[in-house]
Every structure is written in C-alpha cells, then in structure tokens.
Design a protein. Structure first.
Length: 284
C-alpha cells in the first residue's frame, strides 16, 4: 500500500553532478566536491557520483581500504577531517549534499554508501547500496534496508547505481511516499543506452522525479560516461550533461507538475497487491 505523503507545497532546486575524482584521494576529492557544490548556486540538494570520495576504482579500493574508507559510528555519524571542506561548502550554501563513499561500520561491514551532509555540516552514512554489481561483491557488503531523505517537504528515496536497474527498488521508495529518487552512480563508457533508459523508466514507473549523478573520465576499463540528469515524473530530462567533461546540471522540481502527473497517471494507486497469483499458462 502506498503511504499517504502530502505533496510538497513549494518548488525545490536540485543539482546533479558529473566529475572525475582521483583514485584514493579522499581529501582531494572532498575539496573537489566542495568546489562543485559552490557551482550549484541556489540548489537545496546536490547529488554527486557513486564512491566519489575514494573514486570508483576497484584496484585502489581493494589495495588500500584504510585510506579509501570513512568510518561511521553506530548511529551512522561520520567524523572525518578530510571532509571538512565539504562540510563548510554545505553550510555556506545552505544545501544538503548526497555523495558516494566507501564506509566502514562498527561491525566491520564495508559498504558502498551515500553520505548526506546537511546544511549544518553534519555527515551521516544515510544509505548502503543494496544491489551490488559484479566485482563489488568481493570488496563490499550489501545494504540491509532502504532509506529516504526529507528536504523542505520533499521526500526522496535513496538509491545507488545498480539499485536503479531494479524496478522494485524505485517502487519501494515510491510506496513509502517518495516524491523523488536520488541516484549517485558510476556508469562505464559503452553503457549510455542503459544509463539513459533506466532512470527515465524509474521516473515514469513511479511518477516521481529522479536525480542521477555520474562519474566521468578515467582510464579503461574504469572510464565513465557522464550524462548526469534530472528527470521529471513522466521520464523526460529537465536537464542533462554531456557524455564527457565536468558538469553541474541544475533543475527545479515543481510540486504542481508532480501532482498533475500523478492525477493523470495513476499507476501507484491502481497497482494490484500481487501480480503473480493464479497465473494461466496456454499451449500454442
């Protein structure tokens, strides 16, 4: 059953970032992230790519887990001085930053996570990636639950890259009442078709906004393809970056457009509680 969450009452400006981090340089990448937050003038939410702080570079992530990870306490709080420039940028801009990190938990689990830096500068390991892709399973543990972020009356489901390839993941956020879906990602060169299809589909499937951030640049086989975008609730891009180069794409989410789309396309309320019972099989 879909949770009844009121529509937001005012527009919200968001930004999706595509940029190239340096493998293993958490402090330097945090400083880059701070600079990019400064470019997202007026955005209340800024989303940066998956694993942006250590960079999505499995050889480095495997060789130096101590240097690439940030530690979270039992409540998910992260207190790492390497992130100080990002804390300052969030405070100065009055924005909420969602950024990818490798997180070490008190129980020794290691996860691909989204950190949330709030406008007061507090950092929380807010969501751990649930759907691990390929060799990620050799380095990381899967997340155990979904999570949402509330900003100015807007509710956003949190996903990371491969999560967004599963319709059930975005649908779970929508059924929890999400108005949007924030997806830090790391799509490799050659995956442009799937990159552009998945997140537009999650928007239309669930009549919600989608904010997709992606890495860019790097060297084969870890070369990424940009295309950061913000999708409106019928899956059209409001803003999209190129396949190459650093960009900060900014768009404003409109509660009236969200309400009108959900009134016209009622998939969330029309869905059956179970699609699989009493299935017939015909022989041709």
């Amino acid at each position: 059953m879909t949770q009844a969450v009121p529509l937001p009452t005012r527009p919200l400006t968001v930004a999706a970032v595509q940029a190239e981090p340096v493998p293993g340089d958490v402090a330097g990448n945090a400083a880059t992230a701070a600079r990019l937050v400064g470019r997202a003038a007026g955005a209340r939410v800024v989303v940066l790519p998956e694993l942006f702080l250590p960079a999505y570079h499995p050889p480095t992530l495997g060789a130096d887990p101590t240097g690439t990870d940030v530690a979270a306490d039992p409540e998910g709080r992260v207190d790492d001085p390497r992130l100080d420039p990002l804390r300052t940028a969030a405070r100065d801009a009055g924005t909420c930053v969602v950024i990818g990190a490798a997180v070490r938990h008190p129980d020794s689990r290691r996860t691909i996570s989204s950190l949330v830096v709030d406008p007061a500068g507090a950092v929380t390991a807010a969501y751990d990636k649930q759907q691990l892709w390929s060799g990620e399973r050799e380095l990381f543990d899967a997340g155990r639950r979904g999570a949402s972020l509330r900003v100015d009356g807007w509710l956003f489901g949190l996903g990371i890259c491969y999560d967004g390839c599963f319709p059930e993941h975005g649908r779970a956020a929508a059924l929890h009442g999400a108005h949007g879906y924030l997806c830090p990602s790391g799509y490799l060169a050659g995956s442009e078709h799937r990159r552009d299809l998945y997140y537009a589909a999650r928007a239309l499937d669930n009549t919600m906004y989608v904010v997709f951030a992606n890495a860019v640049g790097g060297r084969d086989p870890w070369r990424f393809n940009g295309g950061a975008a913000v999708y409106e609730p019928e899956g059209r891009p409001l803003a999209r970056g190129a396949d190459t180069g650093e960009e900060v794409v900014v768009a404003t989410l409109d509660p009236a457009a969200l309400g009108a789309t959900r009134a016209a396309h009622t998939m969330l309320t029309d869905r059956l509680p179970d699609q699989g019972l009493s299935r017939a099989t015909l022989v041709g």
